[in-house]
Design a protein around this ligand. Sequence first.
Ligand code: 5GP
Ligand code: ZN
Length: 116
Amino acid sequence: MSQDDCLFCKIVDGEIPADIIYESDTAIAFRDINPQAPAHVLIIPRKHIATINDLEEDDEAVIGSLFTAAREIAAQEGLSEQGYRTVINCNEAAGQTVFHIHLHLLGGRGFSWPPG
Ligand code: 5GP
Ligand code: ZN
């Protein structure tokens, strides 16, 4: 299930340390190493899925679990009322740099729209 050369699979497998703040059967979440907001958490499936383009129908529940994780983490971080941004970048033009799908949860400041 994990891919040998994938940084986030190594975090899932405990081979690389991370500040893990949430774990479920299907997902984990940890703080971004280079935060872009006072709260910046990456929520990832335990299963290696490279990009949104690689999703299969069987992955629907796993991807849904990233959003229920986001709801719980936002509540834990005290962000639910004020609001927060969730983002999944797909491929280079969108700025994806790690090819294991991840939902960014950003909060603790205001965010402009449209994004840059
Ligand atoms: P992307 O640009 O692919 O949407 O997001 C990748 C994110 O992973 C970036 O925000 C980057 O700071 C974060 N990141 C990259 N390497 C590591 C790492 O080793 N540990 C943690 N916690 N975050 C990382
Ligand atoms: Zn991976």
